[in-house]
Design a protein around this ligand. Sequence first.
Ligand code: FES
Ligand code: FE
Length: 419
Amino acid sequence: MDTHPPTQTSANPHIRQLVASRQEGYALPRAFYHDLALYAHESQSIWRNGWLFAGFTCQIPHPGDFFTLNVEDDTLIILRGDDEQIRAFHNVCTHRGTLLTTEAHGSVRALVCPYHQWTFTRQGELFHCSGMQEGLDKSRLGLHQVQLETCAGLIFLSFAHQPPAFEPARQSLAPLAMPQGFERAKIAWSKRYEVKANWKLIWENNRECYHCNVNHPQYIKSNFDIYEDGQLSQRLQERLAVALERSKNEDDELAISHRQGGLATFPDAEHNIWYAANRTLLTEGYLSESLDGQRVAPLMGTYHDERGGVLRLRTLPNFWCHASCDHAVTTHLLPLDLHRTLVRVTWLVHEEAQVARDYTLEKLLPFWQLTSEQDWGLCERVQRGVNSSAYLPGPLSILREYNLDAFLRWYLFQLSSWK
Ligand code: FES
Ligand code: FE
């Protein structure tokens, strides 16, 4: 907490005052979880300005396949075109605005509006609108598109006309994420949670493992997160050294990139970096993030053995992933209102893996289902405490909450730099 983000000052005096009210090294004041004007400002400066994780390319493998996504009042169709390109369109007819589809996913030959049957191609162009007058310029009435990028099988979109450059994120994420084989994966299970907590509390919880010892008994058996550098016992240091030595012999793409105790630093508030990928070791005896540490599904992607540890991906403001050699678990956030966040947790396995034959949900789900639900319970308790008139922000641990502090500094910078 001895570093400072680039200085920016919001043009909005209310936001300036709020940002200034946060004492460095402390949690956020109550207003950050209660102020509707701030919530609207977050929508513009963060949720509609950055890149949002939307889903997986493997959800829509064929031309015409689509899924829909709701972000605030907007509904989007993410659709694979005849040219195999994936695009995101507003799910809004360009005649009088009717929603084109109310399905969560499906496959279409064309998008036909149910109201007056205007028909759009799978590339979003209007090609049929019988009953309209001659001379109508159909080329100006295609579906409204939003920016979309794919990276190693992950789909991101942005509402911004000029979003932050995606290329640096791709260069950082793709080399580590490619071996996981998200493009050749399938969704084994997906669970939707409506967490009664502000979205920031969910990230704050994610960015520290100070709470893990007592709250995640299954998680701490498998991961080194709770052991900050300098706190590793002799025995753990030896185990880490042996595992790191072994990992040197592996292909570069599976090399362990996080080589200390504790959580890798993220985000980088000083450089405004919203994406990160690293590969961390699992503890002795753990091949996968499962309750007993054993594999729970066939190897994914190009993994040739079980020693790649865990691939961790994160993109702000709405995505993180823990992926073992045999399965990946992603978490995807979207705010519903000030005090509620929609969280979707998704388990992926190799596309050819068959339930019952190659994996069972009984073994695949519990590790991250337990860990996630333990976290949501904590976040909801924090929200209730923060709601209290007695709440005052307390000091953060420099040793155990440095990433939480980095998240808050990144967040405050986004608020301040939005004009
Ligand atoms: Fe879609 Fe009329 S509103 S065709
Ligand atoms: Fe947790």
